[in-house]
Structures are given as C-alpha cells and as structure tokens.
Design a protein around this ligand. Structure first.
Ligand code: PEP
Ligand code: MN
Length: 370
C-alpha cells in the first residue's frame, strides 16, 4: 500500500480560510431557530466552517439521536445567511446522499465510524468521484493505522481535500479529560504526512468548558492547522454534549486570546536560532545513545557473570532499588515521575533482552557443538 497520501492544501479548497482555520457550531442542530441564531452570533467573530450534527451517534439509545434530515436544510440556510460553508457528520451511505443532496459543503467522519473499515469503505464508495472536503476524526481507540486507513480509502475514491480531526481517545483510566489527547498520536500522523492538516477538537477532548482554552492553545503551540469548538446559544440546555459547549460570546473571547504560532517558513531569523539549538539537541541525543549503548555493554558483562554463576536474570530487589534511586534523582532534575518510570522500564526491558540473548547464545553454542 502506498505510503503517500494525495492531499489538496486547504488554501485550494475554494474558500478563504484563516490560519489556523476554525470550525464552530452546535454539537447538534436542534431547531431552525437554534442553528440560525448560533450562526448569526458566531459570525461576529472570526471563524471559517459552520458545523452541526444531524445524526448523532449516542452511547445509549434513549438520548437525543439527532434531528435527522430535516435539519440539513436549516444548517445549509444558516451557512448561506452568514456566507460560510457548512459541515456535518456522515456515518452511512444514506447520510452521504442526503447531505450531498442538500448541498452540505464539507463532511466529517466521526470517531465511532473511523474505527470500522466496513463503514468507512461504504462512505468512500458513495463518495466516488465527488469533489468535497472530508475531515476524519481519530478512531476512539488509539490506533494510528486505522486513522490513516480512512484517509487511504478516501484517496482511493478520489477525495484529496482531506484533514484530520484530533478529538482524543476513549479511556477507562481516571482522567481530567473526557477523551485523553495522547498528543503523540496526531504528532506521529503529522510526521508521517506533513501535508495533512490537523484540526484539534478541544470540545470532545475536554468534555467540559474549563480545559478548552488550554487544549486549543497546546494544539496551536504544536503547530496544528485548525481548531474545532462546539458552540450553542444556550449551552446548558443543549440536547447533546451540554457540558462542553460554549456560547458564541465565550467562543469569541477564547478565539481572541489564542496565540497562533508562526510557521518557520515565514521566519528565517527564527529558523537560524533554532538551527543552533537543534544542533545542540542532535549532539545531546547522540551522547544519550552512546551512553545507552555503553550501559548495554556492561549489562552483557553482567549476563556473562550470571550465566557462569547460574544466577537468574531478573533480581527483583535490584530492580526496585534502581527504580527508586532513579526516581529520586529524576525529581531533583525536574523530570516527572511518569517519564522516569517509562524511561527506566524501557531501559530495563532492553537490558533483559540483551541478557537473555547472552544466555541463549550459550545454549545455542552448546547445542551446536554436539
Ligand atoms: C461530534 O463532533 O459531535 C461528535 C459526535 O464527535 P466524535 O465523533 O468525536 O465523538
Ligand atoms: Mn458533540
């Protein structure tokens, strides 16, 4: 399968989006009045795409499952009134046909659909030959390949106006987020497909209003190209995702205090300064790798000794002692406990791998000698 995606830059989608580009609107279209009034109030502030859910994927059946097709017309009219393209979620072929028939400008595939390659493929088949931007939310489970698979399927249907929406990952762990951001996943997506724009969706990551700004700012600091925020004229009364929606006024305030970070291409001076610092990082990383390799040499000597003296590889008390002393040193050096634990677990795993290899080689040479 091709490692490349064909991507049409956002600047060539036929709109005049800002950088970052902003997608805003209610979680669900609830009534003609609600979507049009939200759009009108939002249009006082800079934003680019009016969103609204028509068919809602809800966890339990007795909650509001969306207004259905009738809402498409209201959404489209709301967009026309403020002169902005509109977007909605499609989860099956019927949704695609109805959204296209009503002139919805941009589609997105929701997190619960991205997990299912059959569903994604059906949507792609229905979109064959249609030139429309499609945004793909990350799957609810932290599986980057599944996310990439959806873009590849869309590409095979001829869709190249693509963007990713990072909405966080479902978890059973206790967390301050509704969906844990796991920033490393969208960052890895960016590393593999630098041309693919990423929109951060703080609303679904946070699940509350308090953390929205912080998450949106982090996304911009990392260099994501877009922000997605749910906004409702009366958030507390919203029929879905009430806790995370904000009024258009709050949206306006939030957008005004976000700092967008400049791309290096436009700032050669910063690039020079960065070059120097990056040089330092490169040599420190090489030094780190040198040290790790030296550590593994010592580990192999220890393995030789253990083998000769018939000792087990893992000595639990020694491992506990290492972890405790490294945690204490790490704390003095302002490194988080989580990082030190992860780092030394990885180092320990690699050490065990080297030691078992030494032990196994001994077995092998004895067998080979027979
Ligand atoms: C939404 O955008 O309203 C939505 C249902 O999001 P997600 O697919 O990220 O849960
Ligand atoms: Mn929502």
């Amino acid at each position: 399968m091709s490692k490349d995606l064909k991507i049409t830059p956002v600047s060539e989608w036929g709109y005049n989006f800002g950088t970052p580009f902003i997608m805003a609107g209610p979680c669900s279209v609830e009534s003609e009045e609600q979507v049009k009034e939200t759009a009108r109030l939002l249009s006082k502030y800079p934003f680019d795409i009016l969103r609204g859910g028509i068919w809602k994927p809800r966890t339990r059946p007795n909650s509001f499952e969306g207004i259905g097709s009738v809402g498409l017309k209201w959404l489209k009219e709301a967009g026309n009134e403020i002169g902005k393209p509109v977007a909605t979620e499609v989860a099956n072929v019927k949704h695609v046909y109805e959204a296209l028939r009503m002139g919805i400008d941009i589609l997105w595939i929701g997190a619960r659909t991205t997990v299912n390659p059959f569903a994604v493929q059906e949507i792609c088949d229905a979109l064959q030959g249609v030139d429309i931007p499609v945004l793909v939310k990350n799957p609810i489970n932290p599986d980057l390949e599944l996310w990439i698979g959806a873009f590849e399927r869309l590409n095979r249907s001829g869709i190249t106006k693509l963007a990713a929406i990072h909405r966080g990952f479902s978890t059973h762990e206790k967390s301050k987020y509704r969906n844990i951001p796991r920033w490393n996943i969208p960052i890895e997506l960016k590393r593999r497909f630098p041309e693919l724009p990423i929109v951060c969706d703080p609303s679904h990551i946070c699940g509350n209003r308090e953390l929205l700004r912080e998450v949106a700012q982090t996304a911009l600091d990392i260099g994501f190209e877009g922000i997605h925020l749910e906004s409702h004229i009366n958030p507390d009364k919203a029929l879905s995702d009430a806790k995370q929606q904000i009024t258009p006024e709050t949206f306006g305030e939030m957008i005004s205090i976000l700092h967008s970070r400049e791309s290096l291409e436009h700032n050669p001076f910063a690039e020079n300064q960065l070059e120097i610092l990056r040089g330092k990082i490169d040599s420190l990383d090489n030094y780190l790798l040198e040290l790790l390799s030296e550590r593994m040499d010592v580990v192999r000597e220890i393995a030789d000794y253990k083998r000769e003296n018939n000792l087990a590889i893992v000595q639990p008390s020694r491992w506990t002692e290492i972890l405790e002393s490294r945690l204490a040193t790490g704390e003095r050096k302002h490194l988080t406990q989580k990082f030190i634990k992860e780092l030394f677990h990885a180092v320990h795993k690699e050490s065990i791998h080297h030691q078992t290899e030494v032990m196994l080689n001994e077995g092998k040479s004895e067998i080979e000698q027979k």
